[in-house]
Design a protein around this ligand. Structure first.
Ligand SMILES: NC(=O)c1ccc[n+]([C@@H]2O[C@H](COP(=O)([O-])OP(=O)(O)OC[C@H]3O[C@@H](n4cnc5c(N)ncnc54)[C@H](O)[C@@H]3O)[C@@H](O)[C@H]2O)c1
Length: 265
């Protein structure tokens, strides 16, 4: 599989490492980054040079089958449709862009017409596989509770937080949460798209001064019964805003695409 990558920050660099260490069997052909100096020196390993550019037209003229977006929601809005129209599969990390349901539907239509795939990795959460299975029958409720240290939430110290207690900052539909808490937008978007949508998926955001990790708990109730997951995410060393599991999930999705045996829903 020949790959083009948009965005070479924390997640992009982790994917490059995985390709260079043969964890994923594919060839990196081109990288688009608005700051090309973010791209590390690449050892071509005897293969042809990787095209590194800040120009989308130059990037798109390269010969690849799949584009990995690991840049920003802006990049999805700017390039997503053009990539699909050029008949390339697309993997999206900035899934928050797809809370614009018109954009989501348009991309889905083009992918269907051109017989392409759009991959949305699970990212920083666990339970997307179970949620997809549950969705084949009826789902009653999906709730994600995100707990973070108030410092990483960027919120002021009220009396509760100062006293070291957990404080609920928001409880309501994902549709509103993605507007009020941009840091949560990707996980809320992925979960909503995999399950019962932005209006029905519930989000709870809690500031907890006693924790360092970013915690995501998911609770799903449906015809199948009930499940709960909890991930305590360690921030990536290079970008504390990105959970390490999100970068690993991008790599695992690429492995799934390239390997003959598909495990998991
Ligand atoms: N799905 C999830 O659970 C999940 C988890 C973590 C991060 N993310 C998202 O994945 C994306 C990448 O995360 P990261 O930690 O690697 O970010 P990062 O800030 O470390 O790197 C982003 C890179 O993309 C480049 N870039 C940004 N916008 C661009 C554009 N329009 N055109 C070209 N290049 C552009 C930047 O110059 C930078 O080099 C972010 O949008 C982030 O919110 C998703």
């Amino acid at each position: 599989m020949r790959i083009g990558m948009i965005g070479c920050g924390n997640i992009g660099k982790s994917i490059i490492n995985a390709i260079q260490n043969n964890i994923i069997e594919c060839e990196l052909v081109a990288i688009l980054d608005k700051i090309p100096k973010n791209v590390p020196d690449l050892d071509s390993g005897g293969k042809s040079e990787v095209e590194v550019t800040a120009q989308f037209s130059k990037f798109l003229s390269c010969d690849f089958d799949l584009v990995i977006e690991s840049a920003s929601q802006q990049a999805v809005r700017e390039y997503g449709i053009k990539i699909l129209e050029s008949k390339r599969d697309l993997m999206i990390m900035s899934t928050g862009a797809l809370t614009d349901l018109d954009l989501f539907e348009e991309m889905k239509e083009i992918a269907k017409k051109n017989n392409l795939k759009i991959y949305l990795p699970s990212g920083a959460i666990a339970g997307v596989d179970g949620l997809k299975s549950a969705g084949v029958a009826h789902i009653d409720s999906v709730t994600i509770t995100t707990k973070k240290n108030p410092m990483s939430l960027g919120v002021g110290m009220n009396a509760e937080i100062k006293a070291g207690r957990e404080t609920t900052l928001y409880e309501g539909p994902a549709k509103e949460a993605v507007k009020r808490f941009p840091f949560n937008v990707n996980v809320a978007a992925t979960l909503s798209l995999a399950g019962i949508g932005l209006e029905k998926t519930r989000v709870k955001v809690i500031a907890d001064p006693s924790i360092e990790e970013n915690i995501h708990q998911i609770h799903v109730i449906g015809d199948f019964g009930e499940f709960k997951t909890e991930v305590k995410n360690i921030p990536s060393p290079e970008n504390p805003k990105t959970s390490y599991l999100a970068a690993l999930s991008a790599i695992a999705t690429l492995k799934k695409i390239t390997e003959p045996i598909q495990i998991g829903t």
